[in-house]
Design a protein around this ligand. Sequence first.
Ligand SMILES: [Zn+2]
Length: 402
Amino acid sequence: MKTVLKNIRQLVTWDDEKQEMCVQEDIDLLIARDKIVSIEKNIHIPDVKSVDCSQHVVTPGFIDPHTHPVFAHTREDEFDMRIRGATYEDIAASGGGILNSVKALRKLSEDELYEESLPRVKKFLEYGTTTIEAKSGYGLTTEDELKSLRVIKRLNESLSLDFIPTFLGAHDIPEEYKANRKEYIRLITEEMIPAVADENLAVYCDVFTESSVFNLDETEIIFQKAVDCGLKLRIHADEFSAIGGTELAASMHAASADHLMKLSPSGMDALKRSDTTAVLLPGTPFFLGRHEYAPARKLWDEGIRVALATDFNPGSSMTQNLSIIMTLACVYMKMTPLEALQAVTWNSAYSLGLHETKGIIAAGKQADLVIWNVRDYRDIAYWYGMNHVKKVIKNGCFQKCA
Ligand SMILES: [Zn+2]
């Protein structure tokens, strides 16, 4: 089945020569089944369904390369505490933070966790996001990590939203192993990773590498086991301190190094020499009131691939809206609106190994598209705090949610 999207004022597409995003004006787009066929002026094909885009903007579907969407409950109480002066570390020390989510998730059955997560993750589509990376990491026992990843698998099967699963057993040291962290690392490497790989539940393995969480040696041990079991790597690095996480990730060919607010010059050099994508999460410092952002402008100017993500999670970034993340990236990190668009589409597709099929509007790519209720692509970031999505097309099908 073919469909023509007609009367597009601006189509955000790809300049092959310059290898960057560009904008074509007053153009039509032909899709057939789940693929893009061509971008041309005035397409007229008899008996083919035509959709009038009313001089609006069309972009690729957004791809969110860093989310924690499977959790048991929200944590607005901690949000309130933080506003009254508690820091993220204070909250963690008082039994809140990630371990608060761990306690709650362990109490739920797989079915309950699925039912809890389903209405929440549907919202990604409403905001124009058609693919997400989704991490476990609120279980921290073999059974509870497997439970989380099985829920991600079921969500992927029941929704048109695509999920790329990541095992994040190394999100924190659970309470019962605080006095014996070595034993927890052993549990991750000897039990969890083999079990995850056995059931084929994750594409990536991630580690929260910080002086207060997993140190560099521990990260390397976990990463080595993950690679041995066929998992690819992502990392939470340089968020609170630069302890060499980015350098390690680059040297082990990780797909992405995420956060990077404290990125050091040697981390920058390591990224420059690698194919690792810098995934930046400006929603997190914003939501934590830290006023400290990753050096996106410098990374971009140095030729390092920069992607943007929500870091959607109940503690430090409670948003599923990549348009707002683009606004933050423009305002605080001096990315242009077009760069920010590239960072939530093509660059994030690349960081997830999806660039052969997704991330740009070009012949042969998957028809994951968003029609926006704006006349200039810059309005997506500029007119902030709004949901400008008019229609979402996933695999060539118009979605009901938009
Ligand atoms: Zn995260």
